[in-house]
Write a protein that binds this ligand. Structure first.
Ligand code: GDP
Ligand code: MG
Length: 549
């Protein structure tokens, strides 16, 4: 949320001119500005400003007509943005970016950040408006979770797919993606996905620079079908993140990379285990084919095939069976294996073809629900919750419930706005990664693992449940009262496990009672989870959420 004061100064200096692209507004209100007659003239004015600026206009809000800094309350600013977005919508434009500054009591401007409220009287803001209506979200969108040992080429492969450019073998491509950009500024966008590309009638729609917001927005707008990649960091210390990436989002497919030089490692096995345990249809890419001999590549492919057979899966070497067969056969059981090189681009057209045609998986029917993954406080907008829509559809203006709060209660909220890949949208359906701005709750009350549901839902928070668990590896046994962290959807919470038979040994499966240590969550039967403590790991399925007598 870094608001560079220069942007405000520039806008103020350029001033509001007849025939220019800058417009000053003190504030916009529903009562006054959306009234008949008034709305039409504001729509015409906005269209004119956007046209004058070659598709981009600047609205300075919280200033008087002559550019005097007035400052308005955060509530008034927020209402002004709501009204402005309605006007923009009518004018076939959208708000692309908003920056705000606090106005000090002496009339000067100070950059507004966390905790600056007390020093400021009001807000002044600069909204950038762009041509083009809000995104139509009827197109389909698959989310692919990447996994694999660190340095085996995940970021590079994704980078080369989304840009269409080869890698230099020296980390050239991943630098696009690995530098966590300051893209979060606005907070409204869920940047869980680190790469996105798409397809239209003529083939792939790729990015020139994955860092540029406008480039993402362009891909989202042009493509009929979108593919986003969600990273699941392969470093052992980050396994927590990996797990959250894998089970905390509604992924459609897994993409496991195995470098042809190193071959499968312990991490590879573990990641494969988790992908398969969550029943995610998975593609294995043997990367860096250019770096090894043909012989070595085949050897690694055979190792991968053996790994899959050991896990009771059927490997499907795409080289032998063809990509069409892979598209038809891929499921929880059948795992296509593709040889790739980001340097020679070998195998990438195969992945393109797969991602262009693979169907969306998982259930998307039913009422709206979303597990909150991250929360932000956006000046002038308020609390924003991001995550992946799990089921159903959410629309701007929807009345929802959010919770459970620590005491088990649910709070009534309203959807102020929805954003996807830096693009405002009117609605979003299952599988979409979105940021939802909420009215009726402060960011401090939101937490990862809470759920958004329709107002009509009658949710019962769960503190304790029964599960079928399996110990993947453990130095000793799992005894009564064992306390790992459970990762379920976006919930990451310490639990105590009480095996029915008193204990569980490595490789064992069995029934256990599981109790959240600190607070309840909303979970349901059939949900899968991973648990972890130190080097111990296991997986489980929720079988019963009714409280014990
Ligand atoms: P990640 O940790 O799995 O995301 O791996 P990176 O994408 O960061 O890749 C690690 C290193 O391997 C980088 O220096 C890449 O340039 C290199 N690399 C990735 N893919 C290939 C490839 O297909 N061929 C060659 N020769 N090098 C590659
Ligand atoms: Mg990486």
């Amino acid at each position: 949320m870094s608001a560079d004061r220069a942007a405000l100064r520039r806008a103020l200096e350029r001033g509001e001119r007849e025939g220019g692209s800058v417009e000053f507004k003190e504030r916009l209100t529903r009562a006054v500005h959306l009234a008949d007659g008034r709305l039409e003239s504001l729509v015409a004015q906005l269209r004119h400003r956007v046209l004058s600026g070659d598709g981009e206009a600047t609205y300075v809000v919280g200033v008087t007509d002559d550019g005097g800094v007035a400052g308005i309350s955060p509530e008034a600013f927020s209402e002004s943005m709501d009204v402005l977005s309605l006007i923009a919508d009518e004018a076939g434009a959208h708000i692309d970016d908003v920056q705000t500054w606090g106005v000090a009591p002496d009339g000067g401007t100070a950059q507004r950040g966390a905790g600056s409220e007390t020093e400021t009287d009001g807000l002044v803001g600069v909204a950038t408006l762009k041509e083009g209506a809000v995104l139509d979200v009827d197109d389909d969108h698959i989310v692919v979770g990447t996994a694999g040992h660190v340095d085996h080429g995940k970021s590079t492969l994704v980078g080369s797919l989304v840009t269409g450019d080869p890698d230099d073998g020296q980390g050239g491509t991943r630098s696009f993606l690995d530098v966590q950009p300051h893209e979060m500024e606005r907070g409204l966008s869920a940047d869980l996905s680190y790469g996105v590309y798409g397809f239209d009638d003529e083939g792939a729609v790729r990015m020139d620079n994955p860092h540029r917001k406008s480039d993402r927005a362009r891909v989202v707008e042009e493509a009929d079908r979108l593919v986003s990649f969600v990273d699941t960091v392969g470093h052992e210390p980050w396994l927590r993140t990996t797990i959250r990436g894998l089970v905390g989002q509604k992924l459609d497919y897994g993409l496991l990379v195995v470098a042809a030089d190193d071959g499968p490692t312990k991490t590879t096995r573990e990641h494969l285990g988790i992908l398969l345990a969550t029943e995610l249809p998975t593609v294995v890419a043997v990367t860096k084919a250019d770096a090894v001999s043909e012989e070595r590549r085949r050897e690694v492919e055979r190792e991968v095939e053996r790994l899959l057979r050991d896990a009771d899966r059927t490997p499907l070497p795409v080289e032998r069976y063809g990509v069409e067969t892979a598209i038809e056969e891929i499921n929880e059981q059948v795992v296509p294996v593709v040889s790739t090189s980001a340097v020679t681009m070998e195998g990438l057209p195969v992945l393109d073809e797969l991602f262009e045609h693979l169907p969306k998986t998982g259930e998307t029917e039913g009422d709206f629900s979303m597990y909150i993954d991250r929360t932000y406080n956006v000046t002038g907008v308020g609390a924003v919750a991001s995550g992946t829509v799990r089921s159903g559809t959410v629309e701007t203006g929807d009345e929802l419930l959010v919770g459970p709060l620590a005491d088990g209660a649910f709070r009534e909220v309203e959807v102020r706005s929805i954003e996807m890949h830096y693009h405002p949208v009117e609605e979003a359906s299952a599988g979409r990664i979105v940021g939802i701005a909420l009215k009726g709750i402060g960011e401090a009350d939101l937490e990862r693992g809470m759920v958004l549901l329709p107002r009509s839902a009658d949710p019962t928070p769960v503190r304790e449940f029964t599960a079928e668990v399996m110990v993947l590896n453990h130095p000793t046994r799992i005894h009564d009262g064992y306390e790992p962290v459970v990762h379920l959807e976006t919930v990451s919470e310490t639990v105590s496990i009480h095996p029915e038979d008193g204990q569980l040994l490595p490789g064992d499966s069995g029934t256990a009672r599981v109790r959240f240590k600190f607070r309840p969550y909303l979970i349901e039967e059939g949900q899968r989870f991973v648990f972890r403590e130190g080097s111990s790991k296991g997986v489980g399925t929720v079988t019963d959420v009714t409280p014990a007598e």
